[in-house]
Ligand binder design. Structure first.
Ligand code: FMN
Length: 181
């Protein structure tokens, strides 16, 4: 099994997560580079496209795609990656460090709706999805507070407790044989 971690991150949390996964799997990793890194476009779900990756996607058995959710969207850089490389993706796992909690995943801006969209693009090639709600690094009293979790970022000093447990469970699922989605 030769996986690669492909990621996009604006403020660093998804890059942190991508590095953690690639480190654990000792695999390659590459950032998605939008043609125009314009956050305002991404918020409106407008897609400026992405530059070609340096790695050959067809050389990998499994893509682990990591990136944030903005305004309830499967954001343009991630969507462009799937569209551009669709024919070369054999299997994919989608991971997001996002704001939405597990409890609210199916609400308007929840990660559950984005997971459905990714699923509709890849069907059975999407093996697994995993959210890492960034609020898990906050004290419980602040986890539902949008102001607090919008300011939270993953780093070595806060990646412990509940979020580290979610990470260990996720890595365990990744290492088990995954049924086609
Ligand atoms: C303007 C804005 C909109 C956001 N919209 C959503 C959303 O709709 N759903 C969600 O789960 N998280 C949302 N988030 C939270 C981000 O997904 C979260 O902060 C993520 O960790 C950022 O990743 P990064 O540090 O890799 O850029 C939003 C954040 C910002 C700044």
């Amino acid at each position: 099994m030769k996986p690669i971690v492909i990621y996009y991150s604006r403020k660093g949390s998804n890059e942190y997560l991508a590095r953690k996964i690639a480190g654990r799997l000792s695999c390659d990793m590459e950032a998605i580079r939008p043609r125009l890194n314009a956050f305002s476009l991404f918020l409106m779900n407008l897609n400026p496209g992405i530059r070609s990756l340096k790695r050959q996607i067809a050389d990998y058995d499994r893509i682990i795609l990591v990136g944030p959710i903005f305004m309830g969207h499967f954001i343009p850089p991630l969507r462009s990656f799937v569209k551009k490389y669709n024919a070369r993706i054999k299997e994919m796992v989608f991971v997001t460090c996002c704001g939405s909690t597990f409890l609210k995943k199916n609400e308007k801006f929840g990660h559950g709706l984005v997971f459905n969209e990714v699923k509709s693009m890849l069907n059975e090639r999407l093996l697994l999805t995993q959210a890492f709600p960034v609020g898990l690094v906050l004290p419980e009293s602040q986890q539902e507070d949008p102001d607090a979790f919008m300011k939270a970022h993953l780093n070595d000093s806060n990646f412990k407790g509940k979020i580290a447990d979610v990470f260990e469970d996720f890595m365990e699922q990744l290492s088990a044989p995954l049924p086609a989605g």
